[in-house]
Ligand binder design. Structure first.
Ligand SMILES: CC(C)(COP(=O)(O)OP(=O)(O)OC[C@H]1O[C@@H](n2cnc3c(N)ncnc32)[C@H](O)[C@@H]1OP(=O)(O)O)[C@@H](O)C(=O)NCCC(=O)NCCS
Length: 192
């Protein structure tokens, strides 16, 4: 059994019940905040096995939000209040492609958001030697992003929407939508 599982009991979400678990999550906060550019609201819970790094940019997480073990949040990312980033989700924002998450957003496990793409237009140059282009990703308030969803650069997901498991979201999703599939399409409106 790893030290981490011994301390936190093996839960896949941050659990601050009891002094030992509370101290364990304080350690998670310390690990995140030792990097300049990270700002955490006083009451948000960061598991020490999460990987949080601003990569020289600004990264913030709001009140009562939680980051689970294995989650990876990097670069220019702003997460609002009452959000959850579950195990093994990866969010990478860059200078010209910030990731902005509103309030009350649920991000299930294995979600991927990368706010840049490799350019591959030139077939005479290897892809890794061409540049990348960035565009912001914005998730408005009260959105549920289900497991294994990928969200590509430049996408905005509107207020109150649900994105079904396994979807690849390549275009904006209007508010109050339920969207699913590859590529994600609106399958219904929550407003009927
Ligand atoms: C999207 C979801 C919430 C269902 O929403 P719903 O409004 O109840 O939708 P329905 O089940 O009525 O499905 C409507 C249609 O969309 C399809 N659909 C639903 N979820 C889908 C998905 N993830 N991908 C592709 N199609 C999907 C259904 O097959 C159905 O198609 P049909 O009309 O051809 O039969 C659910 O399917 C889902 O993806 N749950 C996520 C589970 C998860 O990741 N949990 C993590 C916990 S944080």
């Amino acid at each position: 059994m790893s030290f981490s599982i011994f301390i936190d009991g093996g839960k896949s979400v941050p659990d601050a019940s009891g002094v030992l678990k509370w101290l364990w999550l304080r350690w998670g906060r310390y690990l995140a905040q030792r990097h300049a550019g990270v700002s955490l609201a006083p009451k948000c819970y960061i598991h020490p096995d999460a990987r949080i790094h601003p990569r020289g940019l600004k990264l913030s997480i709001g009140a009562r939000s939680t980051v689970s073990p294995g989650a990876c949040i990097q670069g220019q990312v702003a997460i609002g209040d009452d959000c959850s980033v579950n195990a093994y989700s990866i969010l990478v924002g860059v200078k010209d492609g910030p990731i902005t998450i509103g309030n009350g957003v649920r991000i299930a496990p294995h979600v991927m958001m990368f706010a840049n793409n490799h350019i591959f237009a030139n077939t005479d140059i290897p892809i890794h030697k061409q540049h990348v282009e960035a565009a912001p990703i914005t998730i408005e308030d009260d959105v549920w992003i289900a497991g294994m969803v990928a969200i590509t650069a430049g996408v905005r997901i509107g207020h109150g929407s649900v994105i079904g498991a396994g979807s690849v979201v390549t275009k904006d999703i209007p508010p109050w939508s339920v969207a699913a599939g590859v590529p994600a399409r609106v399958i219904k409106s929550r407003k009927g």
